[in-house]
Every structure is written in C-alpha cells, then in structure tokens.
Ligand binder design. Structure first.
Ligand SMILES: [Zn+2]
Length: 324
C-alpha cells in the first residue's frame, strides 16, 4: 500500500459536509461576483450619470456664457454709438469756439471712436488738445503752403539779400517775376477795358538798382537813416521780389495818397484780389508795414491769399503771422 492509498480519515459524512461547504462556498463566491458585477454596473451607471451631468453642466455653462456675451454685446453697442455722437458733438462745438480747422475736428472724432472705455471720454482733454493746435488761427484761413514763392516777405525785418527772380517784360520797360506775367497783364488789360487809363510805373527792381537809388538818397540827405525813410535799403524792398508793381494813372503819375480818388484806383482796389493782387501798404497800417499808405503799390500773393487779405483788411505781415 502506498502512501497514496492511505485511507482518508474523513468520513463520507465529512466528505459530504466538505462538499457541502465547498458547494456553499461556491454560492457565496457567485453571489460575491454578482454583487461585484452589480456594483461595477452601478458604478459605471453612476459614472455615466456623472459624465452626463458634467456634460449638461458644461453645456449649460457654455450656453449661459454665450447668453451673457450676447446680452453684453447688445447692451454695449448702442452705448458705443451714443458715445461717438457725444464726442463728435463736442468736437464740433470746440471747433466753433476755438476756430479750429475742420481737419482737426475730423481727427478728434476718429480718436473718439477708438476709445474703449466710455468713462474715458476726454471731456476736458479734447478742448485743450484742439485749442493747443489751433490757438489763434482763424477757421476760414486758406489751406496753403506758406513757404511757396508767392508769399515771400521782404521788409526791413526780413531782408532777402540778393534774391533774384527770373523776370519777363510786361510793358514800359517794366519786368515782373515770369510766374505772375499772366496775372498782371490780365489785371491791367481788364482795368483798361473798364475805361481807365493805366500806367505801369515801376515793377521789378534788382538789388543793384535799389542799391543805386539808396546811395543816391544817402548822398542827398547825408545819412543812411534819413535816406531809408525815402528809399528802402537794397535787400529790403519788395520790388526786388518781382511780385510788386507801382501802378498810376497816365494823367496822374504822382505817387501820393490823392491817387485813391481816381477811377483807375477805385477799380483796381475793388478787383485786385480776383487777379491775385493786394493793396500792399494800406492806410492806417503804417505801424505794421513801416511803410506809408501807397495806393499805387500792388503785390501778387495768389487769388486765395489775396481774397482773404482784402476781405479781412489785412497786411501781408498780419496774414503770414497766422501761419507761424
Ligand atoms: Zn512800390
């Protein structure tokens, strides 16, 4: 008998019992397994539910955010438009009060539209900025390039040295800057056509001519100071620009203030700006021009500037000062 065949000490009853226990144990395992499966299923279901809830919450949140954004957008839009109107109105008012240019006003409106914060409307800064850029410049001042040749200023404070323009003969051995030839010939021709006699007395005078005239007066009066009261020193006479013309009447060639009573002068003073000319040394402006009233001396500045100067009774000095 081998060890293997040793009889079991267990009784059949015991065996049955063991088997029963084993059977009982198998049932428990199955139940445990079922319980585990159920738990797993429940857990999975719970997780699915949580996921669904999360998705719902997520979707809901996104929806709420979308609504908030839409509401905010529609609330913000009209207020933005209103703000632009306010800024535009302010700018228009400011422009009127301070005499600002239209360009400046438009620039301010553009700035206003770019403003993000409605609180940041520059109620105080806008007028200051506009006032700074356009302090005492009239709103209707011509938009011109003041450095252009026709605005050259020649006086005792602004000597032009030996400035020499390219000239062209008009008549009576008188020359002008070739660029005003058409203007002056039309001016004189139309005045004559209106029934007046016109005498082109003196137009372009070179530095050397002015120098000669001045030196002659110095000899005559004994000093440059006394001579300068009658003839301007070379480099300071407007005749040297080629843009000036002394015009008298054929029957009244004397250059004095009585010339203003002639029909010729009346016509020329009324129409000169249409040809780009001004009465350069007006009556009552001697303290500004430092030159006596000269109803015979016309100066070319172009139609735009001439129209403005004659309509506002200005001197060229006053007009140019607006652009400084
Ligand atoms: Zn003159």
């Amino acid at each position: 008998m081998s060890q293997d065949q040793q009889p079991s000490y267990e009784s059949p009853r015991d065996e049955e019992g063991r088997k029963g226990r084993e059977r009982t144990g198998g049932d428990e395992r199955r139940r445990d397994e079922e319980r585990r499966k159920k738990n797993a299923a429940r857990k999975a279901a719970r997780e699915r539910q949580v996921r669904r809830q999360m998705m719902f919450i997520g979707g809901g949140t996104a929806l709420v955010l979308l609504i908030i954004i839409l509401v905010a957008f529609f609330l913000k839009k009209p207020s933005g438009d209103a703000r632009e109107d306010v800024v535009a109105d302010q700018t228009v008012e400011v422009s009127t009060e301070t005499g600002a240019t239209e360009e400046t006003g438009a620039a301010e409106v553009e700035d206003g539209m770019n403003t993000v914060d409605p609180v940041a409307i520059p109620e105080e800064t806008t007028p200051e900025m506009t006032a700074e850029t356009t302090s005492d410049r009239p709103a209707d001042l011509p938009d011109i390039d003041i450095t252009s040749w026709q605005y050259i200023l020649a006086n005792a404070d602004h000597p032009i040295g030996d400035y020499t323009p390219e000239t062209k003969l008009v008549e009576n051995d008188q020359y002008v800057d070739y660029r005003i030839y058409d203007a002056i010939t039309s001016f004189i021709a139309d005045c004559r056509a209106a029934g007046n006699s016109v005498y082109l007395s003196s137009a372009y005078r070179s530095y050397d001519t002015q120098d000669y005239l001045f030196k002659r007066k110095v000899e005559q009066y004994g000093s440059e100071e006394e001579a300068a009261k009658i003839v301007l020193p070379p480099g300071t006479s407007e005749h040297q620009t080629g843009l000036s013309a002394d015009i008298t009447e054929v029957y009244y060639e004397v250059k004095n203030r009585e010339l203003e009573n002639t029909d010729m002068y009346k016509w020329m003073a009324a129409h000169c700006q249409e040809y780009g000319f001004i009465v350069r040394y007006p009556d009552g402006k001697e303290d500004i021009t430092d030159i006596i009233y000269e109803p015979w001396h016309f100066r070319y500045v172009g139609v735009e500037a001439a129209t403005y100067i004659m309509e506002h009774d200005l001197t060229l000095e006053e007009f140019l000062a607006y652009y400084e």
